[in-house]
Ligand binder design. Structure first.
Ligand SMILES: Cc1cc2nc3c(=O)[nH]c(=O)nc-3n(C[C@H](O)[C@H](O)[C@H](O)COP(=O)(O)OP(=O)(O)OC[C@H]3O[C@@H](n4cnc5c(N)ncnc54)[C@H](O)[C@@H]3O)c2cc1C
Length: 502
């Protein structure tokens, strides 16, 4: 028996309104500020006076080079992008601020990057122009089976605040991930097999579009944007300012962490991939194969029910994989389970944040940023014996890295591939190649290429991979064409511009 394990530490260490809204939108907002025209009438970049005017027009705050908190404000979760120096970071306090910033970027041709939790794998929530950060908008409330979550809320706060009402939403494991990036790209989590992806429980989203309008998007209003916002990926269509999600009851659950010796890796992998994606919906699991100091085979998971029933299901895995060398199975509250899965099992919610005084951080925050490189596949069929051997051989190569396989199926698979922009409904599990330190990028590239013949070309947009060839088809499959149509209609000037922009 091991001490209380944690999924996030595993990742970290390399082992793992202000405005009244109309459904059709309000007239264009953000129309104040200077025009940015020079004496010939041509558009120019922003002058110091333009930045001051923007700052004066916001209820929130802009942080610029030279300000005391600039170096903290410009950083993302991954220090790989620390060299990027934005001209300004705007902590918007409400949708009107967002519209002001969008208007500023549009009028003055300032590159715009939108940021919630700052976990973009590709660093696309920062840039050299204006970073529009939504972290100040982080309220979470619950009424009658619906959660209203503002766009800057961090996942651990969403779980914590909803737990007070005895409810939750399906979302990811990382405490500091922002709800926006997660939900807009899909959102795979530990109850997804029972309740779906985060985007599957999104009832509506409010978005400030490139023309500065604030739109409520749901099945009956702005349905094209609503569809595209459920899996199309953040940063593409506008700035989300709040979401409404369907909630589920958050009762006691059972968490488990099982380990096998490395010599059993291929057998355990083949057993897990047959068991995990076809287990009862109430059981979610992931397999981690890692080389980080030592070699490790781990199955981590959560069961929506009691310990005894969970153990009966785990026995079926052990029948096929062989007995684990160690196991930890514990029944606990839903809130504590989310802390545990986030690697905060022994921390308070306040501590389960990045430390600091900027929006989204807490002064007592104990979590730290993480330098990593990652790539992904979506596995539509199980690995053969040879495929499993290849994956295990890739993990065994020198370095500090982990392959994380997260089970899908269940409720995720019961949604049609074209019902939302997230297309991977038939995938059995997601595959992430996650590496640290020297040689990380080379390892990830080699492992990804070696597994392509086995997994094919599907990838998860939230594990954004700037090197990925054929990314449109890989991320979006047959939904790519419709996404491009929504983009052309809603942002014809391509104000929201990503290197892999729809
Ligand atoms: C340690 C770690 C653990 C993770 N665990 C999971 C997991 O369990 N499940 C899962 O599915 N994913 C997981 N992810 C991936 C995660 O979902 C993506 O990285 C996601 O894009 C992060 O969102 P963010 O808001 O934190 O990041 P950001 O970098 O702020 O944003 C990501 C993208 O969305 C855009 N964006 C941000 N806010 C908005 C907004 N308000 N409106 C429009 N666009 C916006 C950005 O411009 C950027 O392109 C994990 C990532 C990390 C680093």
């Amino acid at each position: 028996m091991r001490t209380a394990p944690d999924r996030r530490a595993f990742l970290r260490t390399g082992g793992l309104a202000a405005l009244a809204l109309g459904a059709q939108g309000t007239p264009a907002l953000g129309a104040t500020g200077t025009t940015g025209r020079d004496t010939t009438g041509a558009m120019s970049g922003p002058r110091p006076a333009d930045w001051r005017a923007l700052a004066d027009g916001l209820a929130g705050k802009i942080i610029r080079p030279g300000d005391a908190s600039y170096d903290s404000a410009r950083r993302l979760f991954n220090p790989t992008f620390d060299a990027v120096r934005p001209a300004g970071v705007a902590y918007c306090a409400n949708p009107s601020d967002v519209a002001e910033c969008v208007g500023f970027a549009r009028r003055l041709n300032v590159p715009l990057a939108v940021r919630s939790g700052g976990h973009s794998y590709a660093g696309w929530s920062t840039g050299t122009g204006l970073v529009l950060d939504v972290s100040r908008m982080s309220k979470v409330s619950h009424t009658a089976g619906r959660a209203r979550v503002e766009a800057g809320a961090k996942l651990i706060d969403v779980y914590d605040r909803l737990a007070a009402s005895g409810v939750s939403i399906p979302a990811g494991t990382c405490a500091t991930v922002g709800v926006s990036g997660l939900a807009l790209g899909g959102g795979i989590g530990v109850v997804s097999r029972k309740y779906g992806l985060t985007c599957d429980v999104m009832e509506s989203v409010q978005i400030v579009t490139a023309d500065g309008r604030l739109l409520t998007c749901d099945a009956n209003h702005n349905a094209d944007l609503y569809w595209a916002s459920r899996g199309g990926g953040g940063g593409n269509l506008g700035v989300a300012v709040s979401f409404e999600f369907r909630t589920h009851p958050a009762r006691e659950v059972t968490v488990f962490f099982l380990h096998w010796p490395w010599s059993k890796a291929v057998r355990a992998l083949r057993a897990w991939q047959a068991w995990g994606p076809s287990a009862p919906d109430a059981l979610w699991s992931g397999m981690h194969l890692s080389r980080d100091g030592g070699m490790d085979v781990q199955v981590v998971g959560l069961y929506l029910g009691g310990r005894a029933d969970c153990e009966r299901l785990l026995d079926r895995l052990a029948d096929a994989a062989g007995s684990p060398s160690s196991s930890y199975v514990r029944q606990t509250s839903y809130r504590q389970a989310m802390l545990t899965m986030a690697g905060c099992g022994s921390l308070s919610v306040t501590q389960c944040h990045l430390g600091g005084s900027l929006p989204g951080q807490t002064r007592g925050g104990r979590l730290s940023r993480d330098t990593f490189t990652a790539k992904s596949h979506m596995a539509y069929r199980p690995l053969s014996e040879a495929g499993a051997g290849s994956l295990v051989a890739q993990v065994a190569r020198p370095g500090n890295h982990t392959v994380l396989l997260d089970a899908l199926g269940g409720a995720v698979a019961r949604v049609r591939p074209d019902a939302t922009a997230f297309p991977h409904r038939a995938a059995l599990y997601s595959v992430q190649y996650y590496a640290h330190r020297t040689g990380a990028a080379t390892w990830a590239r080699t492992a990804h290429a070696a597994m392509r013949p086995h997994f094919g070309d599907h990838a998860y947009v939230n594990y954004t991979d700037p090197e990925l060839g054929g990314w449109r088809a890989a991320y979006y499959g047959a939904n790519a064409t419709r996404l491009a149509q929504v983009k052309a209609a809603r942002d014809p000037g391509r104000l929201f511009r990503l290197p892999q922009g729809i």
